[in-house]
Write a protein that binds this ligand. Structure first.
Ligand SMILES: [Zn+2]
Length: 500
């Protein structure tokens, strides 16, 4: 075992200060964020200081001065890597750097970030909390947040093997990790085991509203789902689960679930493969009832027509969230509300029931919109926004979807929106936007036009053009329903009686 703590104390006592010309200009971990690392992980550091020196960190770990070719000619940039070894201990400490110049001047510096080396023999577990916990693929961040794997239920047990800043690393399986934001988990006291479970025998059935698959587990394990097409199927991986499923009873009353089976692609990854009967999926949700995984599969609406359908309309932004603004002073939040209200009117005229995520100039967070919609359980969602880009050259309409199974809705809307005379700016997939996140119902985002483009802006602020866009969105929804009807059931089921 290396005694990093003891070393830390000795260096701290012997620290010297060189005020006039700092021998060390800066020194930090890379990334410059507090981290938890486990054996095998790399602690990376960078220091800028007096060129030609001997620089060390974490006791006597050497740092290398980078060749000027790697630093655009800058000298005195040092980098170091330390691979955490079994037995290493470090308890949320700053990293100490030491520099020794050729003429024996010395300086020390410390990182701002705190580092902890995890002891793999004392697991760090956590459970999800809050209304909408989720997993991310990596550490990326932008205005849409990190790329999401998907939502989880609450009280799902996670094995935490690292941390960078406010994200914890979750070990899902041997070679699969994810990241979870600190605010959606609660850390558990030490002493737990890696969450695992054998799977029980499934129950597959339908009630008057949905089809269900229930898989008994011994713990709430994390999962990841993918709604795939050609053929239409839902694939759910449960991490930490191993099959002890000896039969699957498929009861009467199923309407949307076709053949269901499982695979065990890795020792601790249990994969459910649920074939769906219709080419167009209408969504699904996953959660736990006690420790039983419950997958609820939606059926197509009884009639594929707007009359009687529940359509959710989301007016983007609102209240303190203004969104983009145009050269004329037009604000996205006002335009989206105005278009959404016209869309609502047209949908109601067609006999649809409409749910609005906001009906006035009020602030509603996207998370709250998603939760509101989850409760309202619409058949479809259209989110209305106004696009913006620097420079003013970009123009036209575009639509967005997250999951390939919901692409047809966004394409139908796109094709109709272009008929308003707006240029086509594309149909965009895998879009990591909050309201494209739900799997519960087909959803699409319409970025109506660019407020940053003078020509588009003129149209956006024109009430007659807003009306035209609303009418074309309704036409797009009708086309989607018509196409869905035409596609019908999957090929191998085509002999079944067609529905109206
Ligand atoms: Zn927007």
């Amino acid at each position: 075992m290396r005694h990093f703590l003891l070393w830390f104390v000795l260096v701290a006592i012997g620290m010297e200060v060189h005020a006039q010309t700092p021998l060390i200009e800066s020194a930090e971990t890379v990334p410059a964020a507090s981290q938890w690392l486990q054996p095998g992980d790399r602690l990376q550091v960078r220091l800028k200081g007096q060129p030609g020196s001997k620089v060390t960190f974490l006791g006597n770990q050497p740092m290398t001065e980078l060749d000027a070719a790697l630093t655009k000619g800058q000298r005195g940039i040092y980098q170091g890597t330390y691979v955490v070894q079994p037995g290493d201990t470090l308890h949320n400490r700053l990293i100490i750097f030491q520099l020794l110049t050729p003429d024996s001047l010395q300086a020390t510096a410390q990182s701002k970030a705190q580092i902890r080396f995890l002891n793999p023999n004392e697991l760090q577990l956590a459970v999800t909390k809050g209304a909408l916990p989720y997993l991310n693929y990596g550490l990326g961040e932008d205005r849409l947040g990190g790329a999401k794997i998907g939502y989880l239920d609450s009280l799902v047990q996670l094995h935490i093997t690292g941390r960078v800043g406010n994200l914890y690393r979750v070990q899902l399986a041997e070679n699969q990790t994810a990241w979870v934001p600190q605010e959606v988990v609660r850390l558990l006291p030490p002493g737990g085991f890696v969450p695992t479970s054998l799977t029980g025998s499934w129950s597959v059935y339908g009630d008057s509203l949905y089809d269900y698959v229930q898989v008994p587990l011994e713990a709430r394990l994390p999962y990841r789902s993918q709604l795939l097409t050609e053929p239409t199927r839902l694939v759910v991986d449960v991490f930490g689960a191993t099959s002890n499923t000896n039969w699957i009873t498929q009861r009467d009353g199923l309407q949307e679930l076709g053949d269901v089976h499982y695979e065990q692609p890795q020792p601790n990854v249990f994969r459910l493969v649920l074939n769906l009967k219709h080419i167009q999926s209408w969504g699904y949700s996953i959660g736990y009832r006690n420790n039983t995984l419950v997958i609820k599969v939606k059926r197509p609406p009884q009639k594929l027509q707007l009359r009687g359908l529940t359509v959710a309309v989301d007016a983007g932004h609102g209240g303190t969230n203004v969104g983009a603004t145009g050269a004329s002073g037009a604000r996205e939040k006002d335009l989206t509300l105005s278009i959404a209200q016209k869309l609502r009117h047209e949908l109601e005229q067609a006999g649809a029931r409409v749910i609005m995520t906001r009906e006035a100039d009020v602030t509603v967070e996207n998370v709250d919109r998603v939760l509101l919609l989850r409760k309202a359980n619409p058949d479809l969602l259209v989110s209305v926004h106004v696009n913006s880009a620097g420079g003013g050259a970009s123009q036209g309409t575009s639509t967005y979807y997250r999951y390939v199974a919901f692409q047809p809705l966004s394409v139908a809307l796109y094709d109709e929106m272009r008929k308003t005379g707006l240029q086509g700016a594309g149909n965009v997939g895998s879009f990591n936007f909050g309201l494209n996140g739900p799997t519960d119902y087909p959803n699409a985002l319409v970025e109506t036009a660019f407020i940053s483009n003078p020509e588009d802006e003129k149209r956006l602020i024109d009430p007659a053009f807003q009306q035209q866009m609303a009418e074309h969105m309704v036409a797009g929804l009708k086309n989607f329903l018509r196409n869905t009807r035409a596609k019908g059931l999957r090929g191998w089921l085509q002999h079944e009686p067609a529905e109206q």
